[in-house]
Design a protein around this ligand. Structure first.
Ligand code: MLT
Length: 390
């Protein structure tokens, strides 16, 4: 090996079967995750970006710079022009079984968007997919929940504004919902290159599957309860705690731990401090639903659960992650069915995954693109044998 080549990571037997934890695999141009400072989008701490226009954050991930006013207007107009979905979407979604999980509907809907609208160009398909997500996601909610027929799209409103308009959530306050989802969207866009859904999406794209199919695979990754579906479980957990009273929370947490249970919303594969995305949401919660008992429970968990988890030296990260409080905010603004929370996560995350796919396919290695993913597995428990007895 030449002296200029730096050894980044030495692989030993102990690293095998650990889910590639910490292995450097490639380079990422959209975001980075610092264990203490959390995620940065193209160098900006996510806390600085939380109140941006969602479209400006998407622009940043694709173009690596924040847009000026003129660029943002043009980008929003471009997304609006791309937003129309094939008219058969309603019939397609209406035929899906309601007992399917909303994430299964999302994956089916993304497959439909690919079947009816792909161009095969990674960049074009990425922008088209992102622009069509508001209508797809709104109709996953409406048709699966039985809220009524689709509401005609008004893409000129902006992506999140149009989503809330098309959602037509019964009893929802559109202004509050919009404020919440704009922030939720920006916070969930991207989290480095190695999280499960992003890694899966890029791996599938490396075989030159299109952006839609790659994101269907990515969303299957996000659907798992250890990954994106954790936000659904978190609200269910806070509901189970049952009271904002700190003594009751402490007793509940201790009891869960003693019986081998998990404390949902705390800890992270990479982070070793409080997730800044949680911090933004705690502050938002104080503003929009500070008197909501479930939010108060989540807010008090921030103090009590951390204190209890810190007593165990084996807990690498006792701090809240992005899911710790998002469910209580969604619930307080009217999204009371936690089964849909991962769909809202996916609504946003597909944009980060698409931006990374574009970088890997069209930019990496001087434009040649990342090679097809093909890692090595060490054979275990398979001695050489022959079918014919000698
Ligand atoms: C996250 O947003 O926290 C993730 O996608 C999980 C991860 O980084 O592994």
């Amino acid at each position: 090996m030449s002296e200029t080549k730096k050894v980044l990571f030495e692989v030993t037997e102990e690293h095998l079967d650990t889910g590639l934890r910490g292995f450097p695999v490639g380079t990422c141009r959209t975001s980075s995750v610092d264990p203490i400072e959390g995620v940065h989008y193209v160098g900006y701490p996510v806390e600085d970006l939380a109140l941006l226009d969602p479209e400006a954050a998407v622009y940043l991930l694709f173009y690596k710079n924040l847009p000026d006013a003129e660029q943002l207007t043009a980008f929003k107009a471009d997304l609006a022009r791309r937003a129309a979905v094939d008219l058969r979407l309603t019939g397609f979604l209406s035929a899906l079984p309601r007992d399917g999980h909303p994430m299964e509907w999302l994956m089916a809907g993304l497959t439909f968007l690919g079947m009816t609208g792909k161009t095969g160009d990674f960049r074009e398909d990425s922008f088209n997919m992102i622009a069509r997500m508001p209508e797809l996601v709104a109709n996953v909610f409406r048709l699966r929940s039985g809220w009524g027929p689709p509401i005609p799209s008004r893409p000129e409103l902006g992506m999140v504004e149009n989503f809330i308009h098309m959602l037509g959530m019964p009893g929802g306050d559109p202004a509050k919902l919009t404020e919440m989802i704009r922030i939720f969207y920006v916070l969930h866009l991207d989290h480095g290159g190695g999280n499960l859904s992003t890694f899966v999406g890029k791996s599938v794209a490396s075989g030159l599957a299109d952006v839609y199919a790659s994101n269907v695979a990515a969303m299957a990754g996000l659907y798992g309860p250890r990954h994106g579906r954790a936000n659904q479980d978190c609200l269910d957990f806070v509901r189970k705690v049952g009271s904002p009273d700190k003594a009751k929370i402490e007793a509940f947490v201790r009891n869960e731990l003693a019986s081998g249970g998990l404390i949902f919303g705390f800890g992270h594969a990479v982070l070793r401090a409080e997730d800044p995305r949680a911090r933004v949401q705690y502050a938002l919660g104080e503003r929009i639903c500070g008197d909501d008992p479930l939010f108060q429970t989540a807010r008090n968990m921030r103090e009590v659960a951390v204190k209890v988890l810190q007593e165990n030296p084996k807990v690498a990260n006792p701090y809240p992650n992005v899911d710790a409080v998002s469910g209580t905010l969604l619930n307080a603004t009217g999204f009371t069915d936690s089964e849909y929370y991962t769909v809202l996560f996916g609504f946003s995350r597909v944009a980060g995954i698409a931006a990374q796919i574009v970088d890997e396919r069209l930019v990496a290695r001087g434009g040649k693109g990342v090679a097809i993913y093909r890692c090595k597995y060490v054979p275990r428990d398979q001695p050489r044998r022959r079918l014919t007895a000698s």
